[in-house]
Design a protein around this ligand. Structure first.
Ligand SMILES: Cc1cc2nc3c(=O)[nH]c(=O)nc-3n(C[C@H](O)[C@H](O)[C@H](O)COP(=O)(O)O)c2cc1C
Length: 219
C-alpha cells in the first residue's frame, strides 16, 4: 500500500464508524489482530515499509489516527474496543510488553477496552492451546492500567469469575464455549449463584427456575 492508500483506509474507518452510528449500533470494536490489515501494519514482521506509516511505530501511528477519527464519530458515550494480538508469537514480532505500552496510548486516545487475543499473523506459528492460554496478554494490558478482555479456552464459569476476581482481566469473552452452548451465560449465572443477574423472558421462566435446571450436564 502507498502512503496515500493508508491515509484513505484511515478515512474509510471513520466513514464506517459514521455508518455504524447511523445504523444504531451501541459501540464499535476495531479489529487490529489476527493478521488483518491493521495487525499487518502494527507488526514489524509485515510492516517493512519506510515513511510515516512504516514499522511498528508507523503502524501504531496509523491505529492511533483511526482511533481518534472513530472516537470523534462515536461521541463520548458509545464504547470503543480494540482487538489486538498481544503477541505475534514469532521471533522478531510484537511482544506482550510492547502491546501493554501501546495499550496505554490507545487508552489515552479514547479506547475503552482492549480485547486481548494473540497470533494469527504468520502461518505455521505453533502455540499449544490450553486453558486460558491467551490470558497473560490481557493481564499485562490490565497491569499497565488499561481495561482488558481475556479470551482463549475459558470454558468454566468458576475459572472465568476467578480471572476477573484476581485482576487478570476486566471482562472475559467467550468464543467456542458459546458456540457449543449458546446458553452458557445462563448456566454460568446459576453455577455461580448469580440468578439475580439473569434476565429471563417471562414465558421462559418455567424452563429456568432452579428446580427445572437439574441436571446441568450441558456445561
Ligand atoms: C469458528 C471460529 C471462528 C472465529 N472467527 C473469528 C473472527 O472472525 N474474528 C475474530 O476476531 N476471531 C475469531 N475467532 C477467534 C475467537 O474470537 C476467539 O478469540 C478464540 O476462539 C479464542 O477464544 P475461545 O477459546 O473462547 O474460542 C474464531 C474462532 C472460532 C472457533
Amino acid at each position: 500500500m502507498s502512503d496515500a492508500e493508508i491515509e484513505r483506509v484511515i478515512a474509510d474507518f471513520a466513514a464506517a464508524a459514521r455508518r455504524a452510528v447511523a445504523a444504531g449500533f451501541d459501540g464499535v470494536e476495531l479489529h487490529a489482530g489476527h493478521g488483518y490489515l491493521l495487525h499487518e501494519l502494527l507488526s514489524p514482521l509485515t510492516n517493512t515499509r519506510g515513511g510515516p506509516w512504516g514499522g511498528r511505530a508507523g503502524g501504531e501511528r496509523a491505529l492511533l489516527a483511526i482511533v481518534a477519527e472513530v472516537r470523534a464519530e462515536l461521541g463520548e458515550d458509545r464504547p470503543l474496543l480494540v482487538r489486538l494480538s498481544t503477541s505475534d508469537v514469532a521471533p522478531g514480532g510484537t511482544t506482550v510488553e510492547q502491546t501493554a505500552a501501546f495499550a496505554v496510548r490507545l487508552r489515552s486516545a479514547g479506547v475503552d477496552l482492549v480485547d486481548c487475543s494473540a497470533g494469527g499473523l504468520e502461518p505455521g506459528v505453533e502455540y499449544a492451546p490450553a486453558r486460558g492460554y491467551q490470558v497473560p496478554g490481557a493481564a499485562a494490558v490490565r497491569a499497565a492500567g488499561v481495561p482488558s478482555g481475556a479470551v482463549g479456552l475459558i470454558t468454566d464459569p468458576a475459572h472465568a469469575a476467578a480471572l476477573v476476581a484476581d485482576g487478570s482481566a476486566d471482562v472475559v469473552l467467550l468464543g467456542r464455549a458459546m458456540l457449543r452452548n449458546p446458553h452458557w451465560a445462563r448456566h454460568a449465572a446459576h453455577a455461580l449463584g448469580r440468578t439475580d443477574a439473569l434476565d429471563v423472558p417471562i414465558p421462559y421462566l418455567r424452563a429456568w427456575h432452579p428446580g427445572a435446571l437439574e441436571p446441568l450436564e450441558l456445561m
